[in-house]
Design a protein around this ligand. Sequence first.
Ligand code: F6P
Length: 364
Amino acid sequence: MPERLKLAINTGGGDAPGLNAVIRAVVLGARYRGWDVYGVKSGYAGLLDTDEIIHLTPESVWGITAQGGTILGTTNRGNPFQMPVENAAGEMTIRDVSDKVVANFKRLGLDCLVAVGGDGSLSIAQKFFEKGLPVVGVPKTIDNDLSATMVTFGFDTAVSTATEAIDKLHSTAASHERVLVVEVMGRYAGWIALNSGVSGSADAILIPEIPFDIVAVCEKLMDNELRGRRYGIVVVAEGAAPKDGTMVTHGKGEIGREEVRLGGIGEIVAQQIARRTGKDTRSLVLGHLQRGGSPTTFDRLLATRYGAAAVRFIEAGQRGIMVAHQNGTMVPVELRQAVDRMKRVPLDHDTVITARELGISFGD
Ligand code: F6P
C-alpha cells in the first residue's frame, strides 16, 4: 500500500443532514495520516467529467459540520450503469458509462472511493467494486431503512423536524377542533412516522408495514371525541397503504430515475376522515423540510464517527465494505450484504408495542 493514499469521496442520492460532517471527518482523518482527499461533485458525475473533482483540504471543510446538505452536491439520477445520454438524433437513451468512471479513477491515481449514500448509491458502489474499483461505503438516509446498520445519520434530524411540526399542529388542531393529517417521508419503511408520531403524541400512525383500515382510524378519532378530546393528529408515512389498496406513487418513467416517487396518501386519508367523521380535516406534507437544516447533535456525532471509521477501515486495508453502526461501535460489513435487505419496522418492535399501549391506532 502506498504511504500517501489519495482518497476520493462522493455523496449520492437524496441529501441528508450530516453529509458535511462525514466529508469533514474523512478529510481530517486523511490529513491525520498525511493522505489527500478529492471531492467528487454530484454523485458519480464528477468521475465522468473530472473538472468536477476538487482537492479537499482541512481549510475547505472548516465549519461545515453544522451545515445541512452536502458541499459536494448530490443526485438521484446519476447511475453510470444506466446513464441517460442524448444520441445524435437528440433522443434520450440509456447507456452504461461505468467504464469511463473506472478509467478516470485510475488515471487520477486514486486509491479508494468513499461512497456516501443510501441503498441506491451503495448498490452502485458495490457494482463498481465488482468492476475492480476500491470502494468503502458510508450509509446515509433519513429513512433509516438499511438493515446492516442500527441507525443512519440524518434520521434523528428528520424525526426531530417532524416531531417539532407535529407539536405545532396540536395547538391549531385543538383550537379549531380539527383533525390534522401529517404526511412524512420514509419510503417503504415507517420509522420516521413511528418515531415522530409517538414523540409528537399522535392519535394514529399509519405505516407501510401495517396496511390500514380507515374505519379503524375514524373509530379511534370518534372515541377520542366521546371522551372530550375534540381534535386529532394522524401521522401518515408516505409509503402507507390501505388494506385493500396500494401506495400512492408518481414519476414512473422519469428519465434516469430508477425509483418511483411516493406521496399523496395524506390528503386521501384526510378526505376519507372528513367524509366518515364529519370533522373539519386538513392535511399537510412535510416533504423536504425533513431533509434540510442543521443536523442534530446526535447526527453530527454519528456522521463524524462514520467518516472517521471509513478512513480507519481504509488504512486497515478494507475494501468493498460499508461502515455499519452495531452495538454502539463502528464495524465493517460487506457492501454486498449491506445493500441486500431493507430494514422495515418489525411489528413486534418495542416502539410499536409502546404506541399500542398508549392507545395510538395503527389503523389495523
Ligand atoms: O430517501 C430519502 C427520501 O427523502 C425519501 O424519504 C423520499 O421518498 C425520497 O427521498 C424523495 O426523493 P426526492 O427528493 O427525489 O423527491
